[in-house]
Design a protein around this ligand. Structure first.
Ligand code: AMP
Length: 302
């Protein structure tokens, strides 16, 4: 089974109540591919960085079985940069800066070997680039998921609406679901978003877990109550990587299996938030992931 993913590979400046971290490696695609690498090989990456991006990170991803043939490295240019500050509750954050840099002119080119990927995770970046990746595939994947954020709703809503018509699963947070649908109630928002294209909708609610909507059915998975959350950055992308990685590994796109995938995605996200950047996602083992999933099962068993 193969999983293709696109998204930013980036540097982040992050401020949380636990502290600050500058120029840490982040980006949607980085989190997605690393999380998914614990479930499926190969994970194929389509993205772009400048020549300022650390070789060690790329080597580490390769060592995890991530295929970087579709990663463009632009000489003399700078990688995408994002800076954010979290509020005390950690459920909300302000974007302080977004510098597109290499992303501003990114023209994704899929290597031949990527064009028949069975699963596709369109991670957060320009909706037009998400569409260009979808259009280069010679076979429609078994499942296409997409993640996006308010930034793109603000500046590229028309392009986003076009790509939404072509996907199966949309993963967004609660505020973004409200912004996209114009509905406050998440149940009404889900109905409105289904009409835009996605048959499945996952609404991420940070420390309050995630909701999966499909044809009037709703599944809820809590987030693991953690004693300490250091940095929520990338939790959504890590969730998406775990979710799609699990689906690709099992090859089962039924609603029942998606529920399990939501729990595996939540387990991966619970690791992510324990340290700044991608640090906690390095060096996990299948046993550590299984134990986390068990903790989730215990949490809701009565
Ligand atoms: P998450 O916390 O899951 O929403 O993802 C955070 C990651 O998204 C960070 O590592 C950022 O580099 C990246 N990011 C921030 N803004 C954008 C954007 N507008 N498009 C794509 N990726 C972004």
């Amino acid at each position: 089974m193969s999983l293709l993913t696109v998204g930013t590979v980036a540097f982040d400046d992050i401020e949380t109540p636990s502290g600050r971290a500058e120029k840490v490696v982040g980006g949607a695609c980085t989190y997605i591919s690393l999380a998914a690498s614990y479930f499926v090989k190969p994970v194929r990456v389509v993205s772009v960085v400048g020549d300022d991006f650390p070789h060690e990170t790329l080597e580490y991803l390769r060592h995890r079985g991530v295929d970087l043939e579709g990663l463009q490295i632009k000489e003399g240019e700078k990688s995408f940069f994002w800076a954010g500050r979290y509020h005390k509750s950690l459920n909300t954050r302000d974007t302080l800066d977004t510098q597109l840099n290499v992303l501003a002119t990114f023209d994704p080119v899929l290597p031949e070997s990527y064009k028949q990927s069975e699963y596709l995770m369109l991670g957060n970046l320009t909706p037009m680039v998400q569409m260009q990746v979808l259009e280069q595939l010679t076979h429609r994947p078994k499942l296409v998921a997409l993640d996006t954020m308010n930034f793109w709703m603000d500046i590229a809503m028309d392009d986003l609406r076009k790509v939404l018509e072509k996907i199966d699963v949309l993963t967004i947070n609660d505020e973004e679901a409200r912004q996209l649908s114009g509905e406050h109630s998440l149940v009404h928002a889900a109905r409105a978003i289904h009409k835009m294209g996605p048959k499945y909708l996952i609404i991420k609610k940070g420390e309050h877990g995630a909701l999966l909507f499909h044809r009037g059915q709703i599944f809820y998975a809590p987030a693991l109550p953690l004693a300490e959350v250091t940095d929520p950055t990338g939790a959504g992308d890590t969730f998406a990587g775990g979710f799609m990685g699990y689906i690709a590994k099992t090859g089962d796109i039924s609603f029942e299996n998606m529920k399990r995938a939501v729990v595996f995605g939540s387990a991966m996200a619970s690791f992510c938030v324990e340290k700044f950047g991608i640090e906690r996602l390095k060096g996990l083992t299948p046993a550590m992931i299984e134990n986390r999933v068990e903790e989730f099962a215990e949490l809701v068993k009565f």
